[in-house]
Design a binder for this molecule. Structure first.
Ligand code: ATP
Length: 258
């Protein structure tokens, strides 16, 4: 029924004797915020990495935009998967993985420059996104001169400036206090599902998970339960327009960088 922005079937992944994923099916609709929860070692990050084409499962399939014209992510070679990740996906990790020697705006602009956009235009887009995420005036600070929450908002800007259809976040609030975590989650949700994009996140934090529309529980490499969170359900139909998104942030799609 219908198409999914991501559809995983029968995912199996082992590391030596460890069965990290033991048969996972998961279908994600455009505009959903899905939280993956579970104990340490249950397979959450492995699942996220398979969905995002970072690692290849031993068995099973991940399809991006299933239905006509869907992309078999698991069938792609390393180069094509890397291109798909750069153009269609965005990533936010606990540590942010920002480059400390660069400024906030350079960190964000880099994502566009890797897709071929000239630096002045990339920096202009980056500044727009940073302003939209409440960081106006901090564009020229190096990452070490920002608070943890501010740095995470830079990471959110970087994940989305390319117009990513799906943002993957692994413990995006893991290092933050609860007030800052709530702010960062608001920024993350507003700039993803608020714009009709899709968010898939891994978290240990029940409060963070509750803000998503859907919570999936993983145990021993399997999905053992699923429930609705308090977050909004996705709008029916295809991606909503950018009306609800950060107006100052140009959602430069991958085609802009061509
Ligand atoms: N690259 C790897 N090499 C070997 N074992 C791995 C590797 N990646 C994951 N594992 C193992 O696979 C299992 C699942 O790991 P995964 O990181 O997916 O769990 P997780 O639920 O995300 O855990 P955590 O909440 O602690 O981050 C664990 O037993 C882990 O040790």
């Amino acid at each position: 029924m219908g198409t999914f922005v991501l559809e995983a079937t029968g995912l199996v992944k082992s590391f030596g004797q460890t069965h990290a994923l033991a048969g996972v099916d998961l279908a994600v609709r455009t505009g959903e915020a899905v939280a993956i929860m579970g104990a340490s070692g249950s397979g959450k990050t492995t699942l996220l990495h398979c969905l995002a084409g970072i690692i290849r499962p031993d068995a099973g399939q991940v399809t991006f935009r299933s239905g006509a014209g869907g992309v078999d992510v698991t069938g792609l070679g390393e180069r094509e998967r890397s291109r798909l990740r750069r153009e269609a996906f965005g990533f936010v990790f606990q540590a942010g993985l920002l480059i400390p020697e660069l400024t906030a705006s350079e960190n964000v602009a880099l994502a566009l420059m890797l897709n071929g956009m000239p630096r002045p235009r990339a920096e202009e887009y980056a500044r727009g996104w940073l302003a939209a995420l409440g960081l106006a005036g901090m564009e020229d600070r190096r990452i070490g001169q920002l608070s943890g929450g501010q740095a995470q908002r830079v990471a959110i800007a970087r994940a989305q400036v390319t117009g990513a259809s799906v943002v993957f976040a692994d413990e995006p609030t893991g290092a933050l206090d609860s007030a800052t975590s709530a702010e960062v989650m608001s920024a993350l949700l507003h700039s993803t599902v608020g714009q009709g994009r899709t968010l898939v996140l891994v978290t240990h934090d029940a409060q963070v998970a509750e803000r998503c529309g859907r919570i999936v529980d993983v145990r021993d490499g399997r999905i053992v339960g699923e429930r609705a969170g308090a977050g909004a359900a996705p709008a029916a139909g295809p991606a909503a327009g950018p009306a609800a998104g950060p107006s100052a942030g140009p959602s430069a799609g991958p085609e802009v960088a061509a």
